[in-house]
Design a protein around this ligand. Structure first.
Ligand SMILES: [Cu+2]
Length: 132
């Protein structure tokens, strides 16, 4: 858990360095229109697929992707605050990034079929990555 503590400190620093400005500039939006999460997995050219992360309540909406191809995760403007820093622990390896804008990417490796749970880096909001 020491690594997680360091991560949390880093995230806090990142937030102080401008995360709040970004959050404020987004303003408060109304309800996000529900979308079929299966449509969020877009197969890009070659070996990549991309998934857009969305927030639902205090958690993430489930996201879907295909097995065997690396995954690029982005976050749209529905994702607020520390949920913009998703954290995956997959087979003992940690993957995280602060997705400050919708252009920032968290790169995951190709995964096997299964359900991978993840959280914000502070462990407050949760989501599931469903690999089919
Ligand atoms: Cu959090």
């Amino acid at each position: 858990m020491k690594n997680l503590t360091i991560l949390v400190i880093v995230i806090i620093i990142v937030f102080l360095a401008g995360g709040f400005v970004f959050t404020n500039s987004e303003g408060t939006t109304g309800n996000v229109v529900a979308q079929n999460p299966k449509k969020d997995a877009t197969v890009l050219g070659g070996d990549n697929q991309q998934v857009v992360l969305k927030q639902e309540g205090f958690n993430y909406k489930d996201i879907n992707a295909k097995s065997g191809k690396p995954i690029k995760i982005r976050a749209d403007s529905s994702v607020k605050g520390c949920l913009r820093a998703p954290f995956f622990n997959i087979d003992g390896k940690k993957y995280y990034n602060y997705l400050r804008t919708s252009e920032d990417i968290l790169q995951l490796p190709a995964l096997k079929k299964g359900i991978y749970s993840f959280s914000c880096s502070m462990g407050m909001g949760y989501g599931k990555l469903i690999i089919e």
